[in-house]
Design a protein around this ligand. Structure first.
Ligand code: PXG
Length: 290
């Protein structure tokens, strides 16, 4: 049967869900996207994800032809149409169909599609034993070129990072920014814990304003930790007691080795475990039911 995909105002079967070769999302990576989840029928921070989508669109001067409320409705309908309780939803808005020149004024109508499916980034064992991360040679996009705060369809910076991490035999790649400070990983924000202080790089260091990141900062406070958004170096990471990554797809995953250095005891940390449990609880209680 396949999935029902929302595509430009209609639900179509995944086999019929096709877009033009003249779509600038494909020709130039010109567009924006979001990835969100539902947990047991609850939409986790849906409004926040949709707000971020519109902020990304504004940054690239892409006017989404439906309102935020309409977009929320489209997402909810797509999940329901596919009868999914636990799902991963990809919302994509491209510049639309144009000609072979890059001028976005040639694209009169943005393309919108929504896929509700499942995602599993890492096998379960890595949530138990932790990930191996390496610093990769490619630097995070400069904030003054393609600002990493924009969740754009132009993910080559991240894909190069993923290839470099894989080539180095690691599960994840750590991006530094052009000044050498820690930015984030290929599709996750990074956190460390040192003596009950929970730290993550500021958005201005070249990180996405992650929605899981935001939830974790809140949970850290609730668990009695001091939380900081501060510049971090690799030295800080190597000498941390605990380290973990956050993202909608990855959720919260411990990191136990960075560039060959064991982090803390070399096993996932106690506070990381507490935060993971608290996050799991949050996903099952906080999300809106439509
Ligand atoms: N940094 C980057 C570069 C991301 O792409 C995050 C951090 C975490 O943000 P959230 O808001 O999700 O906590 C992301 C999100 C995928 C995939 O298909 C990637 C993300 C989200 C969903 C799916 O690999 N990245």
């Amino acid at each position: 049967m396949g999935l029902w995909i929302y595509l430009d105002g209609k639900f179509v079967n995944e086999k019929q869900a096709k877009i033009s070769v003249f779509d600038h999302g494909l020709l130039y990576g010109d567009g924006v996207f979001e990835g969100l989840r539902t947990y047991d029928g609850r939409f986790f921070r849906l409004r926040q994800h949709i707000q971020r989508l519109y902020k990304s669109a504004k940054a690239i001067m892409l006017e989404i032809p439906v309102s935020m409320e309409e977009m929320i409705d489209i997402v909810v309908k797509t999940v329901k149409k596919n009868k999914l309780k636990d799902s991963y939803v990809r919302v994509v808005v491209t510049r639309g169909v144009g000609d072979l020149g890059l001028d976005p004024r040639k694209c009169p109508k943005p393309t919108i599609f929504v896929i509700a499916s499942k995602i599993k980034l890492y096998p379960e064992e890595f949530y138990e034993k932790g990930l191996t991360v390496v610093t990769i040679p490619t630097r995070r996009n400069l904030t003054e070129s393609i600002n990493p705060a924009i969740k754009s369809l132009n993910y080559l910076n991240n894909i190069l990072a993923k290839i470099e991490a894989t080539n180095a035999g690691a599960m994840e790649g750590l991006f530094l920014n052009n000044e050498g400070y820690v930015a984030e990983c290929t599709g996750e924000n990074i956190f460390i814990i040192r003596e009950n202080i929970l730290s993550t790089p500021p958005i201005s260091a070249g990180a996405l304003d992650g929605i899981t990141r935001d939830a974790v900062l809140q949970l850290g406070k609730e668990l009695g930790m001091e939380t900081r958004e501060e510049l971090l170096t690799r030295y800080d990471l190597y000498n941390a007691d605990e380290c973990f990554l956050t993202g909608t797809a990855a959720e919260i995953i411990p990191v136990t080795i960075i560039d060959g250095r064991k982090i803390g005891s070399g096993s996932p940390g106690e506070m990381t475990d507490k935060i993971r449990k608290a996050f799991h609880k949050l996903t099952l209680t906080e999300g809106e039911i439509f």
